[in-house]
Write a protein that binds this ligand. Structure first.
Ligand code: GLC
Length: 403
């Protein structure tokens, strides 16, 4: 069967309808709810499949339960959380995140970028009108609550907000050694959630007291989304908000260069004093997506990292953590080595943006090869291509949107 047909079937079988809403679950066995950035990925896949109505419904559903302050939650539990694999210890974590029917955390704020992409393909202004007030509240909330000292860099209060729960970028802040087992990691995250609860998920307090990372990926995604919001506000005739969003995006870009850039690489930073977290993960390529590198810097990044067999040029790229990091674990590492399709999709777009046609084509070809070899798995061993984690996982569909 043709790849796009397989992807159409996968999304169709993972699609759910609840009350007035339609959403897509990432994988039936392990991820039976709706996740924020996953839904954005799903919308891009639906657009690539020529199914914009599904893309719109996915987004209307994921914005349907903002928290009182405007934050869009990273999970909506359309089904009872208690039904989620009781025997799995992850269930404890899931319930701890929950308020009523949502989590209290968020995920990388890709949604405005996704909404603009849907609009560009459908020219449906009423869709924008419907969604813009929710987006406005969400991004305003982020810009205020996640940047209490006005540094123009947004903080996350928990690793899960980066989308990469166990990335080694967060080891030092969590006091974890480079190699540790999954259950130690889970204990640490449960402890952090307990702390998040004590500070009531109030970001300035949680960041000050417990966990405060200004992540490269989160802020790179933010830059693109603020640019999208600015154009969306223009379409809706709101010129003054359009300028405000554009200026906000420029400030984040400047702040990233000022605080994160060192020796040609952007590092996530922690705490109020902007301490750099010098841990090489796929995030070093996100500034390509954000468009904040000069052409020379981008060239050096591709040369010294993307094409470097010691770090990221594995047979089945891009490993989530560089091969020469002590924390690298290509088989059981989750975000500590295995290749994931969403990072490949972000990096592909970044490469295209800077004109690296050959590298982009190569990444697309290798991503498709992974799916042909191992199916729609959650992650892949970057050296052998073996499929890992959840099955019937949707992110592989993103290869259709590598155009
Ligand atoms: C895992 C991933 C996260 C994703 C979720 C649902 O927790 O780390 O990025 O959103 O699964 O697919």
């Amino acid at each position: 069967m043709h790849l796009s047909e397989q992807i159409r079937q996968l999304l169709s079988s993972n699609r759910r309808i609840k009350n007035d809403f339609q959403y897509t679950i990432p994988s039936p066995d392990i991820y039976p709810f709706q996740w924020l950035w996953d839904s954005c990925f799903h919308a891009h896949i639906y657009l690539a499949l020529g199914e914009p109505e599904h893309a719109k419904k996915e987004i209307l559903s994921v914005i349907s339960k903002p928290l009182p302050g405007g934050l869009l939650p990273h999970i909506i539990y359309w089904e009872e959380a208690a039904n989620w694999g009781r025997e799995r210890r992850g269930d404890i974590l899931n319930q701890a995140w929950g308020t009523d029917s949502t989590s209290s955390l968020t995920q990388p704020p890709l949604i405005a970028f996704t909404v603009e992409t849907i609009f560009n393909e459908t020219s449906n202004t009423s869709f924008l009108e419907q969604i813009y007030p929710i987006l406005r509240n969400y991004y305003n909330h982020l810009l205020q609550e996640r940047d209490p000292r006005n540094h123009h860099l947004l903080g996350i209060i928990n690793p899960d907000e980066s989308g990469e729960d166990n990335s080694p970028r967060f080891d030092s802040l969590l006091d974890l050694p480079p190699q540790h087992d999954a259950s130690t990691h889970l204990d640490t995250r449960i402890k952090l959630i307990e702390q998040n609860k004590i500070c009531n998920f109030d970001a300035p307090t949680c960041m000050k007291n417990h966990f405060w990372v200004k992540d490269v990926s989160f802020n790179s995604v933010l830059i693109r989304s603020l640019q999208s919001l600015s154009r969306i506000a223009d379409v809706l005739g709101n010129n003054s908000e359009s300028s405000t969003w554009r200026e906000a995006s420029e400030k984040v870009a400047e702040a990233m260069r000022l605080r994160m850039l060192e020796d040609d690489l952007f590092w996530s930073i922690q705490g109020n004093d902007h301490e750099k977290i010098r841990m090489k993960t796929w995030n070093i390529f996100m500034p390509l997506f954000a468009g904040i590198l000069t052409d020379e810097e981008a060239g050096r990044l591709v040369e010294t990292e993307l094409n470097n067999p010691e770090t990221f040029a594995t047979p089945f790229p891009i490993p989530s953590t560089a091969k020469n990091e002590e924390s690298y674990d290509p088989q059981t590492g989750f975000w500590r080595g295995p290749t994931w399709m969403a990072p490949n999709w972000f990096i592909y777009q970044g490469l295209k943006r800077y004109g690296f046609e050959k590298e982009a084509a190569d990444l697309k070809e290798k991503s498709i090869a992974l799916i042909k070899q191992s199916g729609f798995r959650e992650q892949f061993n970057p050296e052998t291509g073996e499929g890992l984690g959840a099955e019937n996982f949707t992110w592989g569909g993103l290869v259709l949107d590598m155009k």
